[in-house]
Ligand binder design. Sequence first.
Ligand code: KG4
Ligand code: ZN
Length: 352
Amino acid sequence: MRPKSETENSAGVKAGIILAIETSCDETAVAILDGDELRAHEVFSQVESHRDYGGVVPEVASRNHLAILPALLERATARVPVSEIDTFAATGGPGLASSLLVGNSVAKGLALGAGKPFLAINHLEGHLLSAFFPDPSGANENERAIPAHVGLIASGGHTLLVNVRATGDYEILGRTRDDAAGEAFDKVAKLIGLGYPGGPEIERMAAEGDGARFDLPRSMLDSRDLNFSFSGLKTAVRYLLPKIDLNDRQTLHDLCASFQQAVIDVLREKSLAALRSTGRQLLALSGGVACNEALRKNLAVTCAQQRVDFRVAPPWLTTDNAAMIAFAAQRRRENGLSSSLASEIDPNLALA
Ligand code: KG4
Ligand code: ZN
């Protein structure tokens, strides 16, 4: 369902130059997208401020957004002045309320001052469409319409399988019942004494490990639906810990590799089931977990074997950033979708 404030214009509106702000969680980001050219791309990761807590502290995040955003805007608008911007966009949800408010208020203020349209973008739509972001090599230059496909979003907050019919036309096929895939990486990393965020740490350790050494559960593979569950996997790791010696480096490597393989197997099998049930011929992977090289490779090989196309954005576009928000705003504008200055942020905003 679309947000109430959204109005539909005639399709085919030229999006012009878009300035987008992303502040839904702990990345502060600004991007300026001009057609297929990304003219500004600023991301400040607050990870150092949250590392000691092992997770994101909302109050700290929103204060940091407020402190950092002006400098990022200054850098971005030194490349493209505000007077040249045609549309202002910000993530409207889902995310942390106090963080969303910062980016939204600033983008709305800029739109109001410039007398230009404002667009609230769903963070998940940003991830979902990121796999179709214009390739700087010009490889997908003429691809204006987002093709129908199955999208797998695997991030720190969400694990979703989506039937994408077109821009703005989405059907949720499956979701996690408990932890998101990225959350599982973060929680398991914490359990075994690795740093935050856990995904990159586990991937680094897994590179020298044997993924078949520990037999960890692949939850819900026989559930006959397209939902996920990762909390059982985390619990299985917890029960294993007293029985193994993590001071032995190889054991730590093998545990990381075995955990990572279990997550990959579940994501792959559910994605294949979603492709089968929809008859789609294209799988697109997005979200922070899509940085994981082993996952990218595994899905690419599987899709090739199944004669299905596979798309994934480069890693810098899969973790939180404003380029993906600008791109979703561009595609929505081109499809005649806009939102009003009165639109409110929604920490629980749904994709469909
Ligand atoms: O999309 P994202 O930046 O933020 C959310 O919207 O949640 O995703 C962050 C998540 C974290 O849980 C992080 O551990 C995970 O993505 N992540 C990874 C990797 N890099 C980031 N997970 C597995 N392997 C990675 N290389
Ligand atoms: Zn995200």
